[in-house]
Design a protein around this ligand. Structure first.
Ligand code: GRG
Length: 287
């Protein structure tokens, strides 16, 4: 079993404090529903990626927190929507009953929209117009037809049918990979990174994101719900990387993608060691 790298805990504390500031766990029902999923136990891999990307480009952590929170807000919105009865119909998320199980479908949908909206508002308020505008475009692309929405639609529409490997890869580059890329690019932007540095981070994140999804498929088969906080065998009707390549083949593919991800970090030298630790965690994770 591989635990989250030790350095990640410190970043998680900063991220959680920023998220609690943005969405207090009190007040109107929709706000409590937002906090319920957003503030539940999470690895926070995506916002950690944003902070590491900002720092490697020469930025500081504090100004990057809003960008990292925006990424996590989008992620939390997508989890709520993903679990709805009309989508994956999942009972459990982040170790708790899914949002709609606790608050009902109508409030869950409103909470997801509110989180998504807050992501864009957070970016608009935190950064100067040039950075805010670029970051909004990055977020919008990650959510859109080539991103989460397109990937999710492809996944849902393909359920119960055999699909080619290329299609499977396209679905998950959209559904999961796109937010990893946005996380890294948003960090690079707020950190003031040059275009070539941001391109390297984007290449790293693209491969890391697909590896992350492959391990997610593996955990659906052999994970422990007490650790993952999710039900197992939720993907039984779907073509997944495991149904395609088998358990060992999927593990091998994830390892290769993490090696490819690490190769994109070469220009940064030893400064990218924490990003390398992150990919080692992703390749071996059981949570
Ligand atoms: C409009 C935002 C929006 C989305 C609509 C529902 C949808 C389209 C997309 C679903 C995307 C999705 C939930 C992909 C699954 C990605 C994934 C591997 C989730 C698990 O992530 P972890 O393990 O979870 O990082 P924690 O809980 O640790 O954050």
């Amino acid at each position: 079993m591989i635990a989250v790298p030790a350095f990640v805990a410190d970043y998680q504390v900063s991220i959680d404090a920023e998220l609690r500031r943005l969405v207090p766990d009190s007040g109107a029902t929709v706000q409590r529903a937002m906090a319920y999923t957003l503030l539940a136990p999470s690895k926070r891999v995506r916002p950690v990626l944003t902070l590491l990307s900002a720092e490697i480009c020469g930025g500081r952590r504090a100004p990057a927190l809003a960008a990292s929170a925006a990424i996590e807000l989008v992620h939390a919105a997508s989890l709520i929507l993903d679990d709805l009865p009309s989508m994956d119909d999942a009972p459990l998320r982040r170790g708790r009953p899914a949002n709609h199980k606790e608050f009902g479908e109508a409030v869950a949908i409103l909470a997801a929209f509110a989180l998504l909206n807050l992501a864009f508002g957070t970016v608009a308020k935190a950064y100067d117009p040039a950075v805010a505008s670029k970051m909004s475009a990055v977020l919008s692309d990650a959510v859109g037809i080539e991103g989460l929405v397109g990937g999710q639609a492809g996944d849902l529409l393909a359920a119960g049918q055999p699909i080619e490997f290329e299609m499977l890869e396209r679905i998950h580059r959209g559904k999961t990979g796109s937010l990893f890329v946005a996380a890294a690019v948003a960090g690079g932007l707020v950190g003031g990174g040059h275009a070539d540095a941001i391109a390297s981070l984007s290449a790293y994140a693209k491969n890391l994101g697909l590896a992350f999804q492959i391990i997610d498929d593996l955990l659906d088969v052999e994970g422990d719900p007490a650790q993952t906080g999710k039900a197992v065998r939720a993907d039984a009707r779907r073509t997944t990387f495991v149904s395609f390549s088998g358990v060992e083949g999927a593990r091998q593919l994830a390892a290769e993608l993490c090696e490819t991800a690490d190769r994109a970090l070469r220009p940064f030298g030893r400064r990218a060691d924490q990003l390398r630790e992150l990919s080692a965690f992703v390749a071996g994770r059981s949570i």
